[in-house]
Design a protein around this ligand. Structure first.
Ligand code: GLA
Ligand code: CA
Length: 695
């Protein structure tokens, strides 16, 4: 408020400036400014996918002594009968510290809260690696950061191998045979069919990470063709991208044996009841992951114990995981950094730039319990416009007017030139961390092309000229731009900005945007929410602009490719179809969609590179999003853990919790600490009380 007078005074001076004159003040796009050099610490040891693991039978298998006691007491089948005939075998040569030993815990701290365990029905588990550890997916991409570029393709996982038909229209996927859910129930093609038919294809359900039929290519179908085999049929030949869509988080099946009876297709349950049928207090939920939830204390902790049926082993025949227990302290994301450097937590993706200086200072102490290593600049934030102009989420007149402005290129160019990216970055952290990010594909990644990237430099004068060209003028001299007289009676433009309040960085960036927009005479009100409230508001279309930490599509391009543009009626938050399913794409968006679909449809490397250049040009020139900042993240892991692969980035194909392969991480005997809350126990019956002892 106290700056209002000055602004009004300035505004008064500007009143009467004719749009023609204003246009002459437009500052044209430039090359992207050079980012400060920031070298990643530690290079991956690049290998082939087949160097990491294989599927084969070993002569014998072993397990922790306390698990053997369960077998001896007749409470568990022998380990060889719990494993598939040919388990997934991690190769010793690829383990940084070799085969491990059993014991100890990895203590995570997370800012989210579990809504329930039914990931495929849309329940969140609180993030921070908890769902990544519970769910296994057909393919795996997290560890690809260490795969040689010539061999870059998704790794097998639950899908042991796959084969394309000669015409490329079909893909036969062979599952691992004889693997079991953590309660001993067989895992087979029926679990996949249940996921596909009753979740992906059911419009009433959106699995946690948003898989829809479009995620697998328009018109794709999937059928069971054997006990351990499914076959996909496509409408275009050889869409290799589907192998990435089969990884986290879009093809991670759930336990059909406990879920199917409660699905609305087979019961009187409503969809809402189904989604909530496995609340956080439902213990021992069957998983294919290495650890099973056995304890939940609200706002305190979730504890997971080792899955006695886990289907991965080391070359010595030791059933994995090595770690007996996993903790997820239910706290805040900022506390995750604090605890990891202090040694009361074990793991953090240092990603909130506000915490960098203090964390670096503490980690530099040779006695620090944790090691901290920076990776590439893959943490980035953008602001998105709500582009739906035809009624999605039933906007009122004010919202509709903003959506129409959002669809106006002059308005978007104005908005992006209001953002002083140097100041915004420095408001998070000073130093060589943040880069000026124009939006779209990140600099330094393989599909990035600087010449195809359009950067609109910061210039308030230019922004104002663009706004004037969009018909916005401060007609009442209060310092804020007004709509033209025939829109909302010429009222002040008033925008809402949706952002997460779970992270300091999101809050700071959103507040920075608000302050900068004010300087340009645009009034923005913050709508700060978290968790399910944020998701619900976004999914209902109740926002005008949204600040968001970007996902992997702008890093790898091959992962979540369909998120690069609104390829389907309801696949892109920033542009959703109305209730009639109509998507009112602007011309440049239609071109982006075409480009993305062409990318998915070809495997020609040169063509793909060209298509992504075109995509980046369309995205940045038309200001599809407003890039805010991009910076590197650091992985913090307690020094007692072994087998952490060098150069593991906190975020690339997946988060570090997936990339480091926690099932083969261990703590050397002499470094083991007494952290187990439920020693000597295993998960009990699904829906039962929690962990059980042998007696
Ligand atoms: C959250 C955290 C990330 C990462 C992911 C894993 O988003 O902010 O650092 O741990 O969860 O899902
Ligand atoms: Ca005004």
């Amino acid at each position: 408020m106290k700056r209002l007078l000055t602004r009004a005074a300035t505004a008064a001076l500007l009143t009467g400036v004719a749009p023609v004159m204003a246009l002459s003040q437009i500052v044209e796009p430039t090359a992207v400014p050079e980012a400060p050099v920031f070298a990643a610490q530690g290079e991956p040891n690049f290998v082939k996918r087949s160097d990491v693991f294989e599927y084969r039978a070993l002569d014998s298998y072993s397990e922790p002594d306390f698990v053997k006691e369960f077998v001896e007491a007749g409470k568990l089948p022998p380990v060889k009968d719990r494993l598939p005939r040919e388990p997934l075998v991690y190769k010793t040569a690829n383990m940084p510290d070799g085969n491990g030993v059993y014991g100890d815990v990895m203590r995570h701290v997370i800012g989210g809260r579990p809504e329930g365990w039914a990931y495929i029905a849309g329940n969140g588990q609180g993030w921070g690696g908890i769902d990544i550890g519970l769910y296994e997916c057909l393919t795996r991409t997290g560890p690809l950061f260490m795969i040689e570029s010539e061999d870059l393709a998704p790794m097998p996982n639950l899908a042991r191998n796959w084969e394309w038909s000669e015409d490329g229209m079909q893909l036969q996927v062979n599952l691992i045979e004889g693997a079991k859910w953590s309660d001993g129930d067989p895992f087979d093609a029926d679990d996949l069919v249940f996921y596909w038919d009753h979740h992906v294809m059911d419009p009433e359900i959106t699995p946690l990470n948003g898989a829809t039929q479009d995620t697998f290519g328009k018109g794709t179908t999937m059928e069971k063709t054997g006990e351990f085999q499914v076959t996909f049929t496509f409408t275009t030949p050889r869409p290799e991208a589907v192998l990435y869509a089969m990884a986290y988080g879009t093809f991670c099946p759930g336990p059909s044996h406990v879920m199917a009876p409660l699905h609305p297709a087979n019961s009187d349950n409503t969809y809402e009841e189904y989604r909530n049928a496995f609340p956080p207090g439902y213990m021992n939920y069957p998983v294919m992951g290495a650890w099973v939830p056995v304890e939940h204390r609200s706002d305190d902790i979730v504890v997971l114990r080792r899955n006695p049926y886990y289907w991965k082993v080391d070359e010595a025949g030791n059933q994995l995981p090595y770690l007996n227990e996993m903790h997820y302290r239910l706290s805040t994301w900022a506390d995750r950094d604090v605890q990891a450097v202090a040694g009361t937590g074990d793991f953090s993706n240092l990603e909130q730039a506000e915490n960098y200086v203090e964390s670096l200072r503490r980690a530099a102490d040779p006695n620090s319990p944790a090691r901290l290593a920076f990776g590439p600049r893959t943490i980035g934030y953008s602001m998105y416009f709500n582009f739906s102009g035809n009624g999605w989420g039933e906007p009122d007149d004010r919202r509709q007017a903003i959506r129409e402005l959002n669809r106006n290129p002059e308005f978007r160019k104005g908005v992006t030139q209001v953002i002083d990216r140097v100041r915004l970055g420095e408001s998070l952290v000073k130093g060589p961390f943040t880069a000026q990010y124009p939006g779209g594909i990140y600099a330094g990644t393989s599909f990035y092309d600087a010449d195809s990237t359009v950067f609109y430099p910061y210039s308030l004068e230019s922004a104002k000229a663009h706004f004037a060209a969009a018909g916005l003028e401060d007609t009442d001299g209060d310092g804020f731009l007004n709509h033209p007289a025939d829109v909302l009676g010429g009222a002040n433009v008033q925008v809402t900005l949706l952002a997460s309040n779970s992270y300091q960085t999101d809050a700071n960036l959103a507040e920075g945007v608000v302050a900068m927009m004010e300087e340009a005479g645009i009034r923005v009100a913050l709508d700060m929410l978290s968790g399910p409230d944020l998701d619900a508001t976004r999914d209902a279309g109740r926002y005008d602009w949204m600040v968001r930490r970007n996902s992997s599509e702008y890093i790898t391009v091959v992962q979540r490719t369909t998120d690069l543009a609104p390829v389907g009626p309801r696949t892109a938050w920033m542009h959703m179809a109305n209730d009639e399913g109509e998507l009112d794409l602007m011309d440049f968006e239609a071109e982006m969609v075409e480009t993305v679909n062409a990318f998915i449809a070809t495997n020609d490397a040169a063509e793909r590179a060209e298509l992504m250049k075109k995509y980046q040009k369309l995205h940045t020139e038309n200001v599809y999003s407003v890039g805010l900042t991009a910076y590197p993240g650091a992985l913090i892991i307690n020094k007692r853990f072994s087998n952490i692969p060098p150069g593991a980035p906190i975020f690339m194909y997946n988060w570090a919790e997936g990339a480091v392969m926690r099932e083969r991480v261990f703590v050397a005997e002499d470094a083991q600490a007494d952290h187990e809350l439920f020693p000597e126990t295993l998960p009990g019956e699904p829906g039962g009380d929690g962990p059980v002892t042998v007696n």
